[in-house]
Design a protein around this ligand. Structure first.
Ligand SMILES: *Cc1c(COP(=O)(O)O)cnc(C)c1O
Length: 389
């Protein structure tokens, strides 16, 4: 691992790149296509097959994936979209990109995922979609969310940035909602450097996603309004350049081959963490739903601060000093100054706010050594014991 000032430092997450990943990229660099070439189609087919979705659209990053999904849904000014505050800002920013309004629904205090009852309470006649986030890789209560979506005719865009490989009722995340977005940033479960994808089973949505990725321009004869010759193409929507490169897609293909192995290591380390921390009175370990299999993107402990003589910050800083790259996922989105200025205020989602005060993300990634896991366990225990009352 990285060494800073000769001391060990374990980050909270990082990629695992092997020689065959590097060779896959080099092969593309030697070939004819650097961007939109055969590797993108291959990566998309592989992702669709893996998730069990009919289609996958590879795109420049996970945020672009969310933006594209909002476009394909037809979200427009005046619409409302319900999501969770315990997520990366992108899950709500994508709604703002469309000129629409993100509406935050509070979490379930046990699973930390968006609470279906809270979703119901936030529905108005302007509500157009729900963006559930499978936080930490743990699937949301999709049965309930689908019921709500059917009842109110809403589109479901699942933010699966943490959840590639996760399962719900025996189905892979990516094959359930109308669309599911993924990110392949280096901290995520597989990486393409920057990269993302949207999966869908819907033909109409698929066509819109593909258009949006390339300026809203098409050459597809089935879609063209006119056909004026072999040179002819049309811009039918205002899209973006959100293309991913063949170089990245090649890396994605190679990484996807290892995903199950990566997941197995994550699950093994989580078992070790759970075993160690369930014996610590001051710690709440992650809740696991019966019918789900988490992709374990993040491992979060919740401190029972009422049993401690210090706050989360003290524990965080002491772990940092011991070379443990702890983190906090997430600051409630509407706490950010940009959202405050839009009129969102503290008090909106009390359970999310309470959770935020007491959570710490511990290092978890497949490239971690077993000794690193042991090191994290013994130091977390020690720091917490030092502050127990
Ligand atoms: C990482 C992440 C994103 C954004 O993905 P990028 O590829 O970084 O744009 C969106 N939502 C969640 C929950 C994420 O963790």
């Amino acid at each position: 691992m990285d060494r800073i000032n000769n001391a060990k430092f374990i980050p909270y997450g990082r990629q695992w790149i092997d020689e065959d990943d590097i060779n896959a990229v080099i092969e593309v660099l030697k070939g004819d296509y650097l961007t939109t070439g055969p590797k993108i189609r291959e990566f998309e087919e592989k992702l669709a097959q893996y998730t069990g979705a009919k289609y996958a659209v590879a795109i420049s990053n996970g945020t672009a994936a969310l933006h594209a999904a909002c476009f394909a849904t037809g979200i427009k000014e005046g619409d409302e979209v319900i999501t969770t505050p315990i997520t990366f800002a992108a899950s709500a920013n994508c709604v703002l990109y469309m000129g629409a309004k993100p509406v935050f629904a509070d979490i379930n205090p046990e699973t930390y995922n968006i609470d279906p009852d809270e979703i119901r309470s936030k529905i108005t006649e302007r509500t157009k979609a729900i963006i559930p986030v499978h936080f930490t890789g743990q699937p949301c209560d999709m049965d309930e969310i689908q019921k709500i979506a059917q009842e109110y005719n809403l589109t479901i865009i699942e933010d699966g940035a943490h959840a590639l490989g996760a399962e719900y009722n025996g189905r892979k995340i990516g094959s359930i909602g109308d669309m599911t977005t993924f990110s392949f940033h280096p901290v995520k479960n597989i990486t393409t450097g920057e990269g993302g994808a949207i999966t869908t089973n819907n033909d109409e949505l698929y066509k819109k996603l593909v258009l949006f990725r390339t300026h809203g321009i098409t050459r597809d004869k089935d879609i063209l309004l006119k056909d004026k010759g072999p040179w002819y193409y049309e811009q039918q929507h205002l899209g973006y350049n959100y293309r991913i490169t063949d170089i990245q897609a090649a890396l994605g293909i190679s990484q996807l081959d290892k995903l199950e192995r990566f997941l197995a290591v994550r699950r093994d380390y989580v078992r070790k963490y759970n075993e160690a921390f369930s014996a610590v009175e001051e710690v709440e370990t992650p809740y696991q739903l019966e019918n789900t299999n988490s992709a374990w993107h993040l491992y979060i402990i919740k401190l029972k601060l009422e049993k401690m003589n210090c706050g989360r910050r003290q524990v965080f800083e002491e772990l940092n000093e011991r070379g443990i790259g702890v983190n906090v996922h997430y600051i409630p989105v509407y706490y950010h100054p940009y959202y405050r200025q839009l009129g969102y205020n503290k008090g909106l989602c009390p359970r999310a706010e309470e959770l935020y005060e007491s959570i710490i993300t511990l290092p978890l990634f497949p490239r971690m050594e077993k000794e690193d896991v042991e090191y994290v366990i013994s130091n977390v225990k020690e720091v917490i014991q030092n502050h127990a009352i």
